[in-house]
Structure formats: structure tokens, C-alpha cells
Design a protein around this ligand. Structure first.
Ligand SMILES: [Zn+2]
Length: 288
């Protein structure tokens, strides 16, 4: 099945009270692990690409080529969206050009007027080309590709203004943070989430920084209108831990253990297990 935009899968998720996972990709192993797991679980999935990761993978054209090749060769039949994560204005335009099926324009660091003007322009382009578009209001804490945010809560009225521009989904800061959560983290602000949901109605809401949010908070967030949850760091940590174990056990020194297909296999399996666990938690299994 060719790439699809994220609109239909997220509309269904919002109506069905579950969430679709966005798993960020970094290379071929990541992409393959996520696609195979989504297929196995019969779940829709969104592949997220940071601009930095796009650069690392030799540009957006390479990413599109790799993903489209895999969809065909692995015979992936579940809906897959290829989504730019925290895109700049220029990055969004480049991904639209390269064949991504979905973009996020992160204008949260602009004054609200400028965020609205740029979002509006990109909404029109995405509408014309059949892409889905995510906007962000209120910066999300932690480090996102070099930009450090404070983990603030979005203003529900600003959320409504951006939602009304015709975006497909909206990321609102509700005290969530990218990366590992600090021990003194105050938790998600369900008050903010409920207020945003009330103002934005059927708009699918996006929860960034899904790594390390306790399962009960995830479930509550889904019940309050979150239909897309972004997972990035958790797959990285799973890959790192499994790879470390393989090397510390000296397996790379045994036989052909140095073969990258062997060396990277435990990490790939760990990513698969993490993605599977998240799909189960988010409730998107068998929703393809
Ligand atoms: Zn994010």
C-alpha cells in the first residue's frame, strides 16, 4: 500500500478512543523494525522524521525512497504515513516536495500572529496536495533537535485559533517533555488538555514526548482526546541497551558476530518489542 496521509487514521482514532503511534526513524533498521511490527499488529502507524535525522539519512528524497521501497518489498498493507516532525517552514516545504505524506510545522517559537500566517500558508499547500499537517501551540519541554523548550502549557484559545486554520492535528503543550522525564516532573496537566479538547472539538490532539509517561497518564490523555502519541527516545534507549548487552557479552567477538546484520539484530528486536508494547498501550492494534 502506498503512503497515506494521517487524516483518516487519526479521525478514526479520535472517534474510537485510541491513539496512533508516531515512531521516529533514524536509519534502515529503525524503519524496517517499525513497519514490520505495525504490520504484525495490524495497526496504522506514522513514521516520524526529525530534520536532523533526515539530514543523517542523506536527505528527504532518500527517506521517501527507502520507505516506499520497504512498503512494497515487505508487502506492508497497514496505513503508513511519513511525517516530518517539528519541521521548520523551509523543512516543511522541502518534505512536501520530496513526497512525504504528512508534515508538522512547528511555529511554536514564533509570535502567535506569525505562527498563524505561516501555518495558514502551509495548510493551503497541504490541502492542495492531499497531505496532513500538524501544528504546535505552546512549546514542549526538553530538547527537540537542539531547541530546548520549557514544558509550558498551551493557551486553549490559541489552540482554537490554530485549529480553526484547518490543520489536521494539533500538538498542545500540556507539561510534557521530550526525552527522559526528570524525577521532579509535575506530570501531565489534564486540566489544560481538557480545556484544549473542549475548544477544539473533533480535532485529533497530539502528545509529544511519549517516552516515560506512565501508562495510566497515557490512557487518561487518550480518553481526553489525544489521538497521536510520539515516541522517539524510548526506541533509542531500547536499541542502545540491547546493543550494549550484545557487546558486553562478547558476542561480537564470537564467530561472525561482527557482521552488522548480527551486531544490530538485538537492537532491532528491542525496537520491535518497544513498538509492540506502545501499540498495545495506545490501543491501535487491529485498527488498520
Ligand atoms: Zn515533539
Amino acid at each position: 500500500m502506498p503512503l497515506v496521509n494521517a487524516k483518516e487514521m487519526l479521525t478514526k482514532a479520535k472517534a474510537g478512543h485510541y491513539a496512533v503511534g508516531q515512531f521516529n526513524i533514524n536509519n534502515l533498521e529503525w524503519t524496517k523494525a517499525i513497519l514490520l511490527t505495525a504490520q504484525e499488529m495490524n495497526s496504522p502507524v506514522i513514521l516520524g522524521v526529525f530534520e536532523g535525522a533526515g539530514k543523517y539519512m542523506c536527505g528527504y528524497n532518500t527517506v521517501v525512497g527507502m520507505v516506499e521501497g520497504m512498503l512494497e518489498t515487505l508487502n506492508i498493507t497497514v496505513p503508513v504515513a511519513l511525517h516530518l516532525d517539528h519541521g521548520s517552514y523551509e523543512g516543511a516545504k522541502a518534505c512536501i516536495e520530496a513526497g512525504f505524506s504528512s508534515i508538522m510545522f512547528d511555529g511554536s517559537h514564533y509570535p502567535i500572529d506569525e505562527n498563524i500566517a505561516k501555518t495558514k500558508e502551509l495548510v493551503a499547500i497541504c490541502e492542495e496536495k492531499g497531505l496532513s499537517i500538524e501544528a504546535e501551540v505552546g512549546s514542549i519541554g526538553g530538547e527537540e533537535d537542539g531547541v530546548v523548550g520549557a514544558g509550558e502549557c498551551a493557551d486553549p484559545d490559541e489552540c482554537k485559533m490554530i485549529a480553526d486554520l484547518g490543520v489536521t492535528m494539533l500538538a498542545a503543550g500540556i507539561g510534557n517533555i521530550h526525552g527522559k522525564y526528570p524525577e521532579n516532573w509535575a506530570g501531565l496537566s489534564f486540566e489544560t488538555l481538557a480545556a484544549v479538547q473542549e475548544k477544539t472539538g473533533t480535532m485529533p490532539l497530539v502528545l509529544h514526548g511519549g517516552t516515560g509517561i506512565p501508562a495510566d497518564m497515557i490512557k487518561k490523555a487518550i480518553s481526553l482526546g489525544v489521538s497521536k502519541i510520539n515516541v522517539n527516545t524510548e526506541c533509542q534507549l531500547a536499541f542502545q541497551e540491547a546493543t550494549r548487552k550484545y557487546i558486553e557479552a562478547g558476542k561480537d567477538l564470537e564467530g561472525k558476530g561482527f557482521d552488522p546484520r548480527k551486531l544490530l539484530a538485538p537492537g532491532v528486536e528491542a525496537i520491535k518489542a518497544t513498538v509492540k508494547e506502545k501499540i498495545e498501550l495506545f490501543g491501535s492494534a487491529n485498527k488498520a
